[in-house]
Design a protein around this ligand. Sequence first.
Ligand SMILES: [Zn+2]
Length: 156
Amino acid sequence: MSACRFLAGFPHGERWSFSSAKPDGSRRPGHGLRSGVPQLPPAAEKARVEELRRAAKADLPDRIGRLSRITGLKYNKLTIRASRTKWGSCTGTNNISLSLFLMTLPEHLRDFVIVHELCHTVHHDHSPKFHALVDRLVGGNEKALNRELKAFSIRG
Ligand SMILES: [Zn+2]
């Protein structure tokens, strides 16, 4: 496992700050990658989704490739979907799906979702071992990042 290389791959500072949220301890972090979806009128929504799809195709393959190299976590295949209910998912055969709505998130949360899915290539569940791996790779800030992620719904 390559926690140090992972952290070294990110500039520390505003774009990759894991320490902004205060722990409240009131809830388990849970999955943290689901979201509700406000909708625009159909034509505007369709145009917006296509714009996000173009942006996602230009960003997410390189992003997951970089994070995979940094963490040493290998995945099989990436699919970009217009998922409105999940930011990402990983199958038992390590095929990762990412929602094009990730493009509406700040980059550090986009990276966090991808790291979460990459960790599922090792632990295909949300066991304590899984969360320990995620937490290690994000500098001990998994809970804070999950809270920050939950503040975003899938929107533009
Ligand atoms: Zn998960």
